[in-house]
Design a protein around this ligand. Structure first.
Ligand code: NAD
Length: 256
């Protein structure tokens, strides 16, 4: 059990990467608290995890990560349910098409709100709890887009670069306070989840796979568990000397 005794909080866990990370951490011994704006969706994921384990290892709650007050109340709920908090996974995120001219300021603020402001809020309000359960770990889900911009995806690219930078500030601040809370970002390339589905709808299956795998040395899309295994490592004490890292889970895409 690589994360036995860990108590993990995961946002955006109604599907895609968040649900896969929750399943993976629970399978390896963690207690997990899942939230999403989609209440029914996240409840179903939590129930499936509990059914798999035959006992309660997962709790769920509705949370819009943009809501500052909700961050405080939901973290208190998680702390009470699990008896502490030692892992935070800031996973919730949204995409938006648009170049710098076509993008409206409202759309810019909406995407930055979910992808960046919410990660800041999560770190800010979870840190006091994480400090009580050292060694602790914060995992922020960024993207390949932090290194290589996706065309016509301006605000998303900027938001994911901001997440990578914020991650390093949190990591260095904790280290300088001599607090054993590590903070790292994960950078997936393309995985077929809700956020990538519009490309499949727009281009059709074959063309979408062709386009999305074009710059990937390993010549395939990622799978949700490729990211979940990375999160498992960063959540566990196996990664105890890893902080402020940008872990690429991209089939080599950022190298070429
Ligand atoms: P997804 O759309 O399947 O999952 C995102 C989840 O976040 C959804 O369940 C959604 O309901 C939730 N969410 C959206 N807005 C929210 C809000 N305001 N408050 C709370 N929850 C909210 O997509 P995914 O691929 O699983 O995305 C997870 C993360 O991975 C995102 O941060 C995304 O940017 C990142 N990512 C995904 C890929 C990929 O190819 N799928 C690649 C790189 C990074």
């Amino acid at each position: 059990h690589r994360v036995a005794g860990k108590k993990a909080f995961i946002t955006g866990a109604a599907g895609g990467l968040g649900a896969a990370i929750a399943r993976m951490l629970a399978r390896h011994g963690a207690l997990v608290f899942l939230t999403d704006i989609d209440e029914a969706g996240v409840r179903a994921v939590g129930e499936a995890i509990n059914a798999e384990h035959g006992r309660t290892v997962a709790w769920t709650a509705q949370q819009n990560v943009r809501d500052e007050e909700r961050w405080q109340s939901v973290l208190a709920e998680a702390d009470a349910a699990m008896g502490g908090l030692s892992v935070l996974v800031n996973n919730a995120g949204i995409g938006a098409l648009g170049g710098v001219e076509s993008l409206t300021p409202k759309e810019w603020a909406r995407v930055m709100g979910v992808n960046v402001d919410a990660v800041y809020l999560g770190c800010k309000y979870a840190l006091p709890l994480l400090k009580q359960h050292q060694p602790a770990s914060i995992i922020n889900i960024s993207s390949l887009a932090a290194f290589k911009v996706f065309p016509d995806y301006t605000v998303y690219n900027a938001s994911k670069a901001a997440v990578a930078s914020l991650t390093k500030s949190v990591a260095v601040d904790c280290a300088s306070q001599q607090v054993d809370v590590r903070c790292n970002s994960i950078h997936p390339a393309f995985i077929r989840t809700g956020i990538v589905e519009p490309f499949f709808e727009q281009l059709g299956e074959q063309e979408a796979v062709r386009k999305l795998t074009r710059g990937i040395p390993l010549k395939r899309l990622g799978e949700v568990d490729d990211v979940a295994y990375a999160a498992l490592y960063l959540a566990s004490d196996e990664s105890r000397y890893i902080t402020a890292a940008e872990l690429r889970v991209d089939g080599g895409a950022s190298a070429v």
